[in-house]
Design a protein around this ligand. Structure first.
Ligand code: 47G
Length: 331
């Protein structure tokens, strides 16, 4: 079996949403595929009105295939301190023609203000590893873990684009979606994340390659690229107008600064992925400003590097759960 679904970026590529069908008859919600977490949760009719702001709600009572998991609950808090919690139902879920008939659907009773404010986002499909699923008393499998045994190949792929729709594919690798070779790196899933080690980085075409192992996770649910302080300093040190601006909470530089270099990160076997300098001028710090907030920021608050959408949209990535490895290719 296999599946394929289009993803669509919201403004500034802040997140990428995909249509998902839940229940019988099908209820379609727009969800955020998040490889940095492992809960499948949705806005639901259980929520208080004050927490809803235009989102589409999953109504388990309107689904003939929904069964409540009595006595089960969930509560998740994300790196940005946003959170959600609620009850659990088993129901049928289809993503891109791939159906899981008994998916644990976590129906929200409570969401934090960040989720309420994000009116296009109806919930998250966590495709990290199931060991960090928050359902109690017994954790539940991710959509991919439920689908995996029936797939042609135990992989899913992410093709995120800058300011344009891309695709998530399940169970196969579309050889037309990338250029050159796919370089595979081992994954350590013990923390539930797609954790891997990059051999280093290079700033610009003329800079030398810096052999410094960077431990991090591939996270489709994080917008920015959060790298070690020293790497940020090496990159922003090459941009004439760049500075660390405490009032903005990060590095900023003039959006059109022509000294902005591309950023390359190593994936192994001498292969590098090139992130165009333009991706790193993330967004204007305010409408009247000529300065942009950087797409690369320090990971010092996190404790490990997060290869978020800024990096992922420069590549074609294979999340190979069958062999616990990540595949990286240019495109
Ligand atoms: C507030 O919105 C979000 C918070 C956390 C995640 C997961 N990294 C995704 C979101 O869309």
């Amino acid at each position: 079996d296999r599946g394929s679904v289009q993803n669509s970026p919201k403004s500034y590529d802040v997140e990428y949403l995909m249509p998902v069908s839940l229940g019988t008859p099908a209820q379609q919600l727009n969800l955020d595929l998040d490889t940095g977490s492992s809960d499948f949760w949705v806005f639901s009719t259980l929520l208080k009105e004050s927490m809803i702001n235009g989102q589409t709600l999953y109504d388990p009572n309107a689904s003939t295939t929904a069964d409540k998991m009595e006595g089960y609950s969930w509560k998740i808090t994300y790196g940005d301190q946003s959170y959600s919690s609620g009850d659990v139902y088993v129901d049928t879920v289809t993503i891109g023609d791939l159906t899981v008939s008994t998916q644990a659907v976590e129906a929200a009773r409570e969401v934090s203000e960040e989720f309420t404010a994000d009116s296009d986002n109806d919930g998250l499909v966590g495709l990290g590893f199931g060991i960090i699923n928050t359902v109690m008393p017994y954790k539940q499998k991710t959509f991919f873990e439920k689908a995996m045994p029936g797939l042609d190949s135990p992989v899913f792929t992410a093709d995120l684009k800058s300011g344009a729709p891309g695709r998530y594919n399940f169970g196969y690798i579309d050889d037309g979606a990338y250029t050159g070779n796919i370089t595979y790196v081992p994954v350590n899933s013990s923390d539930g994340f797609w954790s891997w080690v990059s051999p280093g980085f290079q700033v610009g075409t003329t800079g030398s390659f810096n052999n410094t192992r960077i431990h991090g996770i591939a996270d489709t649910g994080t917008t920015l690229l959060l790298l070690p302080e020293g790497v940020c300093e090496a990159f922003y040190g090459r941009i004439a107008s760049a500075k660390y601006d405490a009032s903005q909470g990060g590095y900023t530089f003039e959006c059109n600064d022509s000294t902005t270099p591309d950023f390359y990160f190593g994936t192994g076997n001498g292969q590098m992925i090139r992130i165009p300098g333009s991706y790193l001028a993330y967004s204007k710090i305010d409408t009247s400003s000529l300065r942009c907030f950087g797409g690369m920021q320090s990971d010092s608050g996190v404790g490990f590097t997060i290869w978020g959408d800024i990096a992922l949209k420069a590549a074609f990535i294979v999340f190979d759960q069958g062999s616990e490895r990540l595949g990286w290719a240019e495109k």
